[in-house]
Design a protein around this ligand. Structure first.
Ligand code: C2E
Ligand code: CA
Ligand code: CA
Length: 254
């Protein structure tokens, strides 16, 4: 099929977007985002194909392909002596019902001898809400294996607070809709401030997504938000350009 052939041809690639410290701008992590390079259309973004791959199940293979790409990159950077950062991989809700999920993760990450704490799993809120017990079980097993787990798209659905109550996340990513149009909306300021302080009081790291302007960055820093991800800091980058950033932040060898 087209998808399988595309995978074999290397038409799918992982772009990487930095997660930066609000105060210093320093990179502390990254998120891998899949891109499909189609001859006719050029680079296609995931919103156009992920829903289809979730229907036909191909997403299970694609997510593992992205995980393997990330593990390979982390190993290569280490060989080059670069100071690496933990990289987050998005996993579709379909994995939660797949007994092979964690064994497959372990096989791919261990194949490249990547320390498990360098891999973060991003699960979206809606995923989790569909089956809380199942999610709880998977998160516990990911933790036991040394992986960290982030809740993605916090605040986009109805379930965020209930999910927070029941599950152990290492970090929470505020959905970019949270920030949309906040400039002239006093309620939005209060809601963001409240969410950040509540999450922090649970000892969970807060990551703001979709930070596009200096005003947003300044405001979020004041709320105590830990990390920023967004065009204001950096767009998602192909691996070679991301590597250039790592080189800049690695101190020269003594
Ligand atoms: P997401 O996980 O919420 O990822 C963040 C999205 O916001 C990315 O869109 C990113 O490019 C975009 N973004 C980053 N900074 C900004 C900003 O400042 N402003 C705006 N407007 N957008 C920003 P992208 O790469 O198109 O990915 C869309 C969604 O597709 C992701 O949303 C994620 O849910 C899904 N996705 C991406 N890669 C994978 C993957 O490998 N596996 C799975 N299962 N899903 C993936
Ligand atoms: Ca994500
Ligand atoms: Ca998100």
């Amino acid at each position: 099929t087209t998808m399988e052939a595309a995978l074999d041809h290397g038409d799918f690639t992982a772009y990487l977007q930095p997660k930066c410290d609000f105060a210093t701008g320093q990179m502390r992590g990254a998120e891998a985002l899949v891109r499909w390079n189609r001859l006719a259309e050029g680079i296609v973004r995931p919103d156009d194909f992920i829903p289809i791959f979730e229907k036909n199940g191909f997403i299970l293979r694609l997510d593992m392909f992205i995980l393997e790409s990330v593990a390979r990159l982390l190993a290569a950077w280490k060989v080059k002596g670069l100071e690496t950062v933990p990289v987050a991989v998005n996993f579709s809700r379909l994995h939660l019902n797949d007994a092979r999920y964690i064994p497959q993760m372990l096989r791919l990450v261990d194949k490249y001898n990547v320390p498990h704490e360098m891999i973060e799993v991003e699960l979206t809120e809606s995923v989790i809400f569909n089956n809380l017990t199942r999610a709880q079980d998977v998160i516990t097993r990911l933790h036991r294996n040394g992986f960290s787990v982030a809740m993605d798209d916090f605040g986009s659905g109805y379930s965020s607070l209930n999910v927070l109550k029941s599950l152990q996340f290492d970090s929470i990513k505020l959905d970019k809709e949270f920030l949309a149009g906040f400039e002239d909306n006093p309620h939005a300021h209060k809601v963001i401030e409240g969410a950040v302080s509540m999450i922090k009081s649970l000892g969970i790291q807060v990551v703001a997504e979709g930070v596009e302007t200096r005003e947003q960055a300044d405001f979020l820093r004041q709320t105590g938000c830990d990390l920023a991800q967004g065009y204001f800091f950096s767009r998602p980058l192909p691996a070679d350009r991301f590597e250039t950033l790592l080189k800049k932040s690695t101190p020269p060898a003594a």
